[in-house]
Design a protein around this ligand. Structure first.
Ligand code: GLY
Ligand code: MN
Ligand code: MN
Length: 435
C-alpha cells in the first residue's frame, strides 16, 4: 500500500471528525506465548489502516486543523541494543521521514505530551473496550485535564466512538485495497488447487494443510485464520481445527483456508472427493450447494439489501433438500419455520477486508443495508448431514459440503476474487485426475 493511500484515509477521517476534535489510536499490544516468547505480532487493523506502521508500542494521534501539524505519532525510540535482538525500529525521526507523521515523539514521553494535544479539543474520538489498559490511560489524561478545568483550561467534553467512522470507511474498499484483496484471493485459490492435487486416500489432513501454508508463505502471505481441513465426518464440524485425521477412500474433504496479503484477507472453501471422483450422492448434494452459491452471488449487486444473497441461498437449498428427500413439505413453509437450519445452520456470508469477519454494520437502523460498489463479502452456503442424523437415509449421512468465495460488489457484475480454483464438480475432477 502506498503512503498516499494512508494519507488519503487520514484526510478523509479528519474531514469527518471536524475541528475541535482529536482521534487517538493505539497499536496492537504484544501477546506473550510463554516465557521469553511472544506470538507473532500482527498490527491492529484500525491502526494499520491509518498509518501503515507495523511496530508495536505506538500511538497515532490526529488533530484536524492543528497549525503545527495534524498527524502525530508516538513510537519506540531507537535502541541499538534492542534492535540487535528484535530488528530495526523507525523511531520518531523515521516516522516523520517515512510514514507521513508531522511530528514523531518517543512513546515514553506520551504522558507529558498528549494532555497538551487534548487540551485544545472538545471531542475525543476513541474506540473503547478493545485495548482495556490503554482505555485507562486515556481516561487518566482526560480526567487530569478536567481536574485543572477550574484554572480555565479548555477540556474535552465528549467521548465519541471512533469505530463508527473508521469502520464505515473500511467497509468501502478503495482501488488499492481491492488490488490487495485480488492478490489474497489469487494466492488463496492457488493454495486450494495445490490441496486438490495433493489430497489422496491415506494422506493426513495436516499434510494438506502444510501444502496450503507453503503456497501462502512463498507468496509473502500468512493465514487469515487457522485453516479447516476436515475429511469424512470432520467436514460436518463447522469449526474443525485438529486437522489430524487420515483421509479414506470415499471421503469428502472440506477445506476452509484463506490468506492475508498486505493486511487483506481471503476466505475460501472448497469441498471435493479425496479420491478424485464424487459419488452420485455426494454430487447430488454438491450441486444443490453450488446452485445456491450461484444464486447468492447473482444477488450481490448494488441496490439489493445485505440479506438478499442469503435469502436466495436459503431458497435454493431448501428446494434441493426437498428434491433429495431430506426435507418433506412445502418450500415456503420449510423456509418460514426454518426447517432448513437442520442442514444449513450458518449464514451465507460476512464482510471481508482487513479482518476475515470484517467491520461494518449489516443494518441501518432496523433495516438490512443496501449493497454498494466497493463492499466485499463472502458467499458461503453449505449442507451438513452428520452421521447418525435422525430421519435421514444412510446414503446421505456423513456428507458435509460448503463452497465459499469472496465477492466484490461493483457497478456491474459481481467480481469473484477467489475464482482461480474451480467450483464446478467436473472441473474439480479433471484437475485432480491431472495431478
Ligand atoms: N473461515 C471463517 C468463515 O468462513 O467465516
Ligand atoms: Mn471460511
Ligand atoms: Mn467466511
Amino acid at each position: 500500500m502506498k503512503k498516499t493511500e494512508f494519507a488519503r484515509r487520514r484526510r478523509q477521517l479528519m474531514r469527518m471528525m471536524g475541528r475541535d476534535a482529536i482521534a487517538i489510536v493505539p497499536a496492537a499490544s504484544i501477546k506473550q506465548r510463554n516465557n521469553d516468547v511472544d506470538y507473532h505480532y500482527r498490527q491492529d487493523s484500525d491502526f494499520q489502516y491509518l498509518t501503515g506502521f507495523d511496530e508495536p508500542e505506538a500511538v497515532a494521534v490526529m488533530v484536524p486543523g492543528r497549525p503545527q501539524g495534524e498527524f502525530v505519532m508516538f513510537v519506540r525510540d531507537r535502541d541499538p541494543a534492542r534492535e540487535t535482538w528484535d530488528g530495526a525500529r523507525a523511531g520518531p525521526d523515521g516516522v516523520e521521514a517515512d510514514y507521513g507523521a508531522d511530528h514523531g515523539f518517543p512513546v515514553a514521553d506520551i504522558d507529558e505530551i498528549l494532555p497538551g494535544l487534548l487540551e485544545r479539543c472538545s471531542r475525543v474520538y476513541y474506540t473503547m473496550g478493545v485495548h482495556p489498559e490503554f482505555d485507562q490511560r486515556v481516561f487518566g489524561w482526560v480526567n487530569g485535564l478536567r481536574a485543572q478545568a477550574k484554572k480555565g483550561l479548555h477540556t474535552p467534553q465528549e467521548f465519541v466512538a471512533l469505530d463508527h467512522l473508521l469502520h464505515e470507511m473500511r467497509l468501502f474498499k478503495s482501488r488499492p485495497e481491492l488490488d490487495a484483496m485480488r492478490r489474497a484471493g489469487a494466492i488463496g485459490a492457488q493454495a486450494h488447487r495445490r490441496a486438490m492435487k495433493l489430497a489422496a486416500p491415506g494422506r493426513m489432513e495436516y499434510e494438506v494443510m502444510a501444502e496450503i501454508l507453503h503456497e501462502f508463505h512463498r507468496n509473502k502471505a500468512d493465514i487469515s485464520y487457522h485453516p479447516i481441513v476436515g475429511s469424512g465426518p470432520n467436514a460436518c464440524v463447522l469449526h474443525y481445527h485438529a486437522n489430524d485425521r487420515q483421509m479414506k477412500d470415499g471421503d469428502l474433504l472440506l477445506i476452509d483456508a484463506g490468506c492475508e496479503f498486505d493486511y487483506y484477507a481471503s476466505d475460501i472453501t472448497r469441498t471435493f472427493p479425496v479420491n478424485g471422483r464424487f459419488t452420485p450422492a455426494q454430487r447430488a448434494v454438491y450441486e444443490v450447494v453450488l446452485a445456491a452459491q450461484h444464486a447468492a452471488i447473482e444477488k450481490t449487486r448494488p441496490g439489493n439489501h445485505w440479506n438478499e444473497p442469503h435469502e436466495a441461498a436459503v431458497k435454493v437449498i431448501t428446494q434441493g433438500l426437498v428434491k433429495l428427500g431430506l426435507l418433506k413439505g412445502k418450500v415456503p413453509k420449510l423456509i418460514k419455520d426454518e426447517s432448513y437450519k437442520k442442514f444449513f445452520m450458518h449464514r451465507t456470508g460476512h464482510w471481508l477486508g482487513m479482518d476475515v469477519h470484517d467491520v461494518g454494520e449489516y443494518k441501518v437502523g432496523e433495516e438490512w443495508r443496501l449493497l454498494e460498489p466497493g463492499m466485499v463479502m463472502t458467499v458461503e452456503p453449505g449442507i451438513y448431514i452428520p452421521r447418525g442424523t435422525k430421519g435421514v437415509s444412510k446414503e446421505w449421512q456423513g456428507i458435509g459440503i460448503r463452497i465459499e468465495d469472496d465477492v466484490a460488489v461493483t457497478k456491474g457484475d459481481p467480481e469473484v476474487l477467489s475464482d482461480r480454483v474451480p467450483t464446478d464438480p467436473d472441473e474439480i475432477e479433471r484437475l485432480m485426475q491431472a495431478a
